[in-house]
Design a protein around this ligand. Structure first.
Ligand code: NAI
Length: 272
């Protein structure tokens, strides 16, 4: 269903790797709602991914950018505003990667070069993106910037490893930069904290199957899907949420406010 919520709006969508990616679903939904955008991903991911298919489907261009490189980000923002014919109204940061997770290093046995790389990609890249947008004055007033995060930033999920720390850093950047972006440019900045979702990044987490079933059983509405996340992001890009900023917004079926559910208790005491 389309409501034309993003008619006339322009933006950049980071992080669509394949059709499971949250950014992929978001690009499809933004397109359906009338928004125009440039797609971007790291050069290596562009070679591996299927992004061309998405670009054709959504009439968009792809500009490679490693989100840790200021040069790449400056080129991206300049080209995006040229291609789209004006300043931007929305940006989705949908990027995450931990080298320690990839290499199977336990949280208590990190390689700090990997820690540094993962933190640069997963958190500092959000600061870099916003700094380039801010300094180039590339956002329209009442624009909206979103990054995706996970509950392990606030509570302990042992297998989430150093991504938990990266997400805490990301959420803090949203608040800190969001203040300046709001005060100086009237742009809102928020993070959406999403349920576990079966994507390439999600499935990299050890024990993901158990993790996703547990969250589903704990949440009164069940896990939010990638499409649910895309729809929430559309709402956050629309003019209907103009004064929502500096927030970490839960899109998790209620998980974040649960202690325990009947379904989880059953595993311990049996059905009554
Ligand atoms: P995904 O693997 O489809 O997307 C991650 C993206 O990050 C990929 O497109 C990858 O190419 C990109 N990326 C990695 N390094 C990059 C770099 N240097 N420059 C630019 N892009 C780079 O997985 P998913 O799940 O769609 O991830 C999107 C976001 O959602 C991430 O921030 C992730 O942490 C977050 N998230 C995911 C959850 C899940 O369970 N899948 C739950 C909550 C949040």
């Amino acid at each position: 269903m389309s409501y034309n919520l993003l008619k006339g709006k322009r933006g950049i969508i980071f992080g669509a790797l394949d059709e499971n990616s949250i950014a992929w679903k978001t690009a499809e939904r933004v397109h359906e709602e009338g928004g125009k955008f440039v797609l971007t991903n790291a050069p290596i991911a562009l070679r591996m991914g299927q992004i061309k298919e998405l670009a054709e489907k959504t009439n968009s261009e792809v500009i490679p950018a490693d989100a840790t490189s200021i040069d790449d980000l400056e080129n991206l923002v300049t080209k995006a505003t040229e291609i789209l014919g004006g300043k931007l109204d929305f940006v989705l940061h949908s990027i995450g990667m931990s080298v320690n997770v990839r290499k199977g290093n336990h949280y208590t046995s990190q390689n700090y070069d990997f820690t540094h790389k993962g933190w640069d990609i997963s958190a500092v890249s959000f600061h870099k993106t916003m700094q380039v947008l801010y300094q180039k004055d590339a956002m329209n007033e009442w624009g909206s910037i979103i990054a995706l995060t996970y509950m392990a930033s606030q509570r302990v999920f042992p297998d989430y490893n150093d991504m938990a720390d990266n997400k805490a850093y990301l959420e803090s950047i949203a608040r800190s930069f969001g203040y300046f972006f709001g005060r100086d440019k009237k742009v809102r900045v928020n993070t959406i904290s999403q349920s576990p979702t079966p994507t390439t990044a999600g499935q990299g987490v050890k024990g993901f199957d158990g993790f996703i079933s547990y969250a589903d059983k704990m949440s009164p509405l069940g896990n939010a899907t990638a499409l649910d996340c895309a729809n929430y992001t559309v709402a956050m890009f629309s003019d209907l949420t103009k004064r929502v900023t500096l927030q970490n917004l839960y899109n998790d079926g209620g998980f974040s406010n649960m202690g325990v559910s009947d379904a989880v208790m059953e595993a311990f005491v049996g059905k009554e």
